[in-house]
Design a protein around this ligand. Structure first.
Ligand code: UDP
Ligand code: MG
Length: 328
């Protein structure tokens, strides 16, 4: 073992053939310049269907700093990051996207912060050129909402671009949940955290792997894994609907016994049925979201399956031995 500390950089890649080479060059050049540190770059191929796996093979052959983990299929960004973090052996681990939207140069500033004694240095985006106004607006609204609903304060305008000390990595590994909203989990962990402002660049090439429905799912995951406020909302709606129902009952009885107009009132009846039906379905849906998550947790399936591993030492030659609690 060398005396230098090791920095691991985790890069999730899903169909990134257009950018991955250049990303590697920029990353490797930058990391080689941090002379107080050794480094490794862990690429997690999240079931790409393009040329990404082949390029990663080449990078592995060319550069001894490269490690490659290849999933058996697409498991999603947050799970790719989880696997990378789990396989990283560094004293600190950096998460960065493959598309160079997060400039690698910022890593140097994160490392400085780490040297000063901070355990997490998270990138905070001051500017995001090249993103649609819609994405910016929804992202902002989402973080505001999430922070209102959750006890864990998750900083606004952050992504997963961050450096984490080994102890934070260990803490993350002790969190076995399947719905992995990593930026929130890192906030939850605590320790000394500091922001590192940076300007987010437009995607280098290729297209975003987060279409609207994936963003929506991601937002739901974030809320459901950090808050039970929707369940409270369901209770609250139940109470208000019951309150209104009581008034309705009194009103109906009054009409029935003290007036002669009790056969009318079809409109009111109709409205009440629709209203109650709507609230019941909504409430069931909210409960269902949580029950579904409990179901997924209860199955205890592995979080991901690895098809190929390059550059990782097998401790005792048992290549099939599971490396982790999540892996098959
Ligand atoms: N990504 C992944 N699996 C997926 C979707 C995305 O590993 O199912 C990776 C992708 O290759 C990139 C990062 O996650 O490195 C962020 O994706 P993208 O840049 O498309 O998201 P955006 O920046 O548009 O939010
Ligand atoms: Mg991107």
């Amino acid at each position: 073992m060398s005396a230098k500390q090791l920095l691991s950089v985790v890069v999730p890649c899903y169909n990134e053939e257009a950018v991955i080479r250049e990303t590697h060059q920029r990353l490797a050049a930058l990391l080689a310049g941090l002379d107080s540190l050794d480094f490794e770059i862990v690429y997690v191929d999240d079931g790409s269907r393009d040329d990404t796996p082949r390029i990663l093979h080449q990078l592995y052959a060319e550069d001894p700093h490269v490690r490659v983990l290849r999933f058996s299929r697409n498991f999603g960004h947050q799970i790719a990051v989880t696997a990378g973090v789990e396989h990283a052996t560094g004293d600190a681990v950096v998460l960065i996207d493959a598309d160079l939207q997060d400039p690698p140069e910022v890593i140097a500033r994160m490392v400085e912060r780490w040297r000063e004694g901070y355990d997490v240095a998270y990138g905070i985006r001051t500017d995001r050129p090249g993103e649609t106004a819609f994405k910016l607006w929804t992202a902002k609204a989402f973080y505001r909402l999430l922070n209102r609903l959750s006890d864990t304060k998750i900083p606004l305008d952050t992504g997963d671009f961050r450096l984490m000390d080994r102890k934070v990595v260990l803490a993350l590994q002790a969190m076995p949940e399947r719905d992995r909203f990593i930026r929130g989990m890192v906030s939850w962990v605590g320790f000394r955290q500091i922001e590192v402002p940076y300007e987010r660049a437009p995607r280098l090439a290729g297209e975003s792997k987060y279409p609207f429905y994936k963003m929506f799912r991601f937002a739901l995951d974030g809320i459901a894994s950090f808050s039970i406020a929707p369940l409270r909302l369901a209770t609250w709606m139940g109470f208000s609907a019951s309150g209104l129902a009581m008034l309705g009952i009194v009103y109906a009885l009054f009409l029935r016994f003290f007036t002669s107009i009790w056969v009318t009132g079809w409109t009111a009846l109709f409205i009440v049925i629709l209203f109650m039906g709507g609230i019941q379905l909504l409430t069931l849906g909210i409960i269902g979201e949580y029950v579904g998550r409990i179901y997924a947790e209860a199955k205890r399936r592995p979080l991901y399956l690895v098809q190929e591993r390059l550059g990782f030492e097998q401790p005792d030659g048992h290549a099939e031995r599971p490396l982790s609690m999540w892996e098959a």
